[in-house]
Design a protein around this ligand. Structure first.
Ligand SMILES: [Zn+2]
Length: 487
């Protein structure tokens, strides 16, 4: 039965609505309805979403790519659907499950292929409320997406990260990107990590932008000028409010976890001030660094929306089309980018090429928005193909030595480095060493003692974010391993 449901091949992708074969008809219905909020309860009332490739299981519903965690029991309502009152445990479970499968369906279409999880199982496990924490994360090792709750100290409200469509789609985006580019999760590069985070936020943006109620609201808030703050530019409004109330200050810069409106420009990651001042300044920590790329993508959507309106579309319709077109270009750019250590420029070049293959209607908009962020450079729009110049990479192990590494001095790290001609002079492992210096300065590497039993909860920093790397002692040697959890 497992194989018969997973019948959608990579080369001949069929949209899930039409992918139900006769042999699976007893399990598959016309689809099931789930509670859904493309934003969160701070922004709008819940809606429902129909998931065509979901079925009623025994213990809980399941779908083509998703199952709920073992401890979840979820029975349908009187109408036989999974629609519940907002805030109940059933609502959170139905919302996370329906949103994850809907995100998979929508991105399968954009990538033009079925999603086959990086951890080798047919379904990802979704844990709608895995305990107290102000976060959510994807774990490749466990094959799971995990959401949490916390009590807002000001409003006294219980806030669930699984009740925000943007946040659930963000985490699903990590798992989906890991399925498309598994090599991107073993990287030490700032840009590749930033691409994972940017893709999460942009997946939340894309899913929200395909919802008519969200587009109407964003149109009302902005008149179609997406440079003005709105429900689409703000990611995770309710969780952001709770984070700020918990911190006792405006830690995120506004009522959101992140905003897509910024003017950060790319620079060489090793030249970034490791301890900058100001509210929410740019650092090479992956969520922070991602904002250069996600901000550029949002600029592109803003420009496309304006152009759609000049062509006569209503604001809401213009936003929806721009959101869809942006994801088409991004998915194409990601597929064309290198399988390891991809940079922002790699994906932007891939987007230019994808657009050319689709007729080239957006060449100027892509180039100008990416050029403005220092992601693309003069002449990049004249490159007809990125395939001709992929950077060859090879794996290498280096030892971190020197006082600048503190207690991490002596640690061995394995990563990929450029194998091209540029390494003939100098130390080829220097870029890897520089990357590790950056992560250590950011506090993103967990130090452990030789005989320390490392528990699962130890793998998260004080903000609930998984560490990028963790010290493991192998035969008495300190090694730093990449953590494959990402929040
Ligand atoms: Zn993330």
């Amino acid at each position: 039965m497992l194989n018969s449901i997973n019948s959608v091949g990579a080369s001949t992708y069929v949209a899930p609505t039409s992918g139900v074969s006769a042999s699976q008809a007893p399990q598959q219905s016309e689809g099931l309805e789930f509670s859904y909020n493309p934003q969160d309860e701070l922004v709008m009332d819940p809606q429902t979403i129909t998931v065509p490739n979901a079925s009623k299981g025994g213990r809980a519903p399941e779908s083509e790519h998703v199952r709920l965690g073992e401890d979840q029991v979820l029975k349908p309502n009187k109408e036989g659907q999974y629609v519940y009152n907002q805030g109940t445990p059933q609502y959170i479970a139905a919302h996370t499950m329906g949103t994850v499968q809907s995100t998979v369906n929508a991105l399968s279409e954009k990538f033009g292929q079925d999603i086959s999880w990086a951890f080798g199982e047919r379904q990802i496990e979704v844990n709608p409320d895995a305990g107290m924490m102000l976060n959510a994360y994807y774990s490749r090792d466990d094959g799971s997406l995990n959401f949490f709750h916390a009590t807002d100290p000001v409003t006294r409200q219980q806030v669930f990260s699984g009740s925000s469509g943007e946040i659930v789609s963000h985490e699903a985006g990590h798992a989906i990107l890991d399925a498309i580019k598994p090599g991107w999760l073993s990287t030490w590069q700032a840009d590749t990590n930033g691409l994972h985070e940017a893709f999460g936020d942009l997946t939340g943006l894309f899913m929200a932008s395909q919802n008519d109620a969200v587009c109407e609201l964003a149109a009302k808030e902005t008149g179609g000028d997406l440079r003005k703050p709105n429900c689409l530019s703000a990611t995770g409004e309710l969780l952001g409010q709770t984070i700020n109330n918990d911190a006792g200050q405006n830690a995120t810069g506004g009522t959101y976890v992140r905003t897509l409106i910024n003017d950060f420009c790319w620079q060489a990651p090793h030249t970034v001030d490791p301890k900058p001042s100001g509210t929410d300044p740019l650092t090479t920590e992956m969520h922070s660094w991602s904002r250069i790329f996600s901000g550029a993508q949002y600029d592109l959507m803003t420009a496309m929306t304006a152009r759609n309106m000049e062509g006569g579309m209503e604001a809401a319709q213009a936003i929806k089309k721009a959101g869809s077109d942006c994801m088409t270009l991004l998915a194409g750019g990601i597929k064309k980018a290198p399988d390891e250590d991809a940079s922002y420029r790699d994906v932007a070049l891939g987007m230019l090429q994808t657009d050319r293959e689709l007729g080239g209607a957006n060449q100027d908009l892509i180039f100008s928005t990416m050029r403005q962020r220092n992601i693309l450079f003069e002449g990049d729009d004249q490159l007809m193909s990125i395939q001709s110049a992929p950077q060859p990479r090879r794996e290498m192990t280096v030892t971190l030595e020197g006082p600048e590494f503190g207690k991490f001095s002596g640690a061995e790290v394995t990563g990929t480095v450029s194998a091209g001609p540029s390494i003939q002079s100098g130390n080829p492992g220097q870029s890897l060493i520089d990357n590790m210096k950056m992560h250590i300065q950011n506090g993103s590497i967990l130090y452990t003692e030789p005989n320390q039993k490392v528990e699962h909860k130890d793998l998260f920093d004080k903000d609930g974010r998984p560490y990028v790397g963790v010290v493991r002692w192998v035969d008495g040697k300190m090694t730093i391993e990449r953590n494959t959890m990402i929040s």
